[in-house]
Design a protein around this ligand. Structure first.
Ligand SMILES: Cc1cc2nc3c(=O)[nH]c(=O)nc-3n(C[C@H](O)[C@H](O)[C@H](O)COP(=O)(O)OP(=O)(O)OC[C@H]3O[C@@H](n4cnc5c(N)ncnc54)[C@H](O)[C@@H]3O)c2cc1C
Length: 313
């Protein structure tokens, strides 16, 4: 039986530490609880929103005028080269399980906050790896526009997930609530895997700001302008892959590194991160992201697209 709470402030459930109250809020740990929460939303004509670790969200200062459903099914079990995870399991915990069982294939995910469900939804990735490389199966509850949901859990294979760069079928059609996931890994050398995981976590510490943030705010855009690509490669010594130029570099080149609005600022350490000093508001972030998009458009004729998801706007 789920508990439906009222007026729960969402900021503490996000890594940005920004966001007003959910009119209704509940946590679900199994399929029956999820169905109960969805029935509650339908019976009361409420919009609902499913969240995981809140590490890719900007929630409005006015909160969410509906039911927020937080995934707390945190099971994780290893069988041979496969790991079955509840969607609410932290990705870092899945990485730990893989490493401690000598399974290779998801070292790249070390240090990415959030849940396995959230990572599948956005096809999270880093250092050349992404969820799409290791997903064997995703179990979902299908939701229709009118709030009705499938009685049975549906099994999706990797190709059913239509993974793309930071995108999936679940993100594109908004129809599936991810319930559990099977990851297919490979037997490897436990020591080497553990060392690589540690190295990646250390590397992230040097690159990423440590304050409250939602990670990269913008997707890396695909750029046609060869001169710009050459300039990026010359200036940074890095190679452009698939014509994707880092959004952070464009933000920096647009002169916005360190730019402050209210309680938030473009990180000095990584220009694709907006960091909340603790007093930041969603409104500050919106003003800053609009400014960034405008300046980058003016300077490079590139339209940046948010990677973070806006909720309650
Ligand atoms: C410091 C920092 C570093 C980061 N580095 C990276 C990185 O290297 N690579 C990267 O890809 N991302 C990165 N991120 C972004 C973020 O961690 C990932 O996008 C993460 O996968 C989001 O998971 P979450 O559980 O927090 O999702 P949430 O933020 O809670 O939700 C994000 C979206 O997923 C949906 N969702 C969540 N769970 C489910 C579910 N079970 N079923 C259906 N929909 C669901 C939500 O509705 C929402 O639309 C970083 C973030 C931070 C703060």
């Amino acid at each position: 039986m789920i508990e439906i709470k009222k007026d729960v402030v969402l900021a503490p459930f996000t890594t940005f530490r920004i966001g007003g109250p959910a009119k209704y809020f509940t946590e679900v740990g199994n399929e029956d609880e999820m169905k109960e929460a969805l029935s509650y939303a339908k019976e009361n004509s409420l919009e609902f929103f499913v969240m995981g670790g809140g590490s890719n969200l900007l929630i409005s200062d006015n909160g969410f005028d509906g039911l927020v459903i937080r995934m707390t099914n945190v099971s994780g079990s290893v069988s041979g080269e496969k790991i079955t995870c509840g969607a609410g399991l932290m990705l870092s915990e899945a990485v730990r399980l893989a490493a401690s069982n000598g399974l290779t294939g998801m070292e790249w995910a070390a240090g990415i906050p959030g849940t396995v469900g959230g990572a599948v939804y956005g096809n999270a990735g880093a250092y050349g790896g992404s969820m799409s490389d290791i997903i064997e199966n995703v179990k979902i509850l299908e939701i229709e526009k009118d709030g009705t949901f499938s009685a049975e859990i549906k099994n999706c294979g990797n190709s059913d997930c239509s993974f793309e760069y930071r995108n999936s079928a679940f993100k594109k059609n908004g129809k599936g609530i991810i319930f559990s996931v099977v990851l297919a890994l490979k037997k490897g050398n436990k020591e080497e895997i553990e060392t690589q995981v540690k190295d990646i976590i250390e590397k992230r510490k040097t690159i990423h700001p440590s304050g409250f943030s939602a990670g990269s705010v913008f997707q890396n855009p695909v750029v046609e302008d060869q001169e710009l690509i050459e300039r990026f490669e010359r200036d940074t010594g890095a190679k452009v892959k698939d014509n994707k130029v880092p959004a952070g570099w464009l933000v920096m080149e647009a002169g916005l590194k360190g730019k402050k609005i209210g309680g938030v600022e473009v990180s000095e350490k990584h220009s694709n991160f907006i960091v909340n000093s603790g007093s930041g508001k969603a409104e500050d972030v919106i003003i800053l992201t609009s400014m960034i998009k405008q300046k980058v458009r003016e300077k490079f004729h590139i339209q940046l697209k948010e990677e973070i998801r806006y909720v309650g706007f």
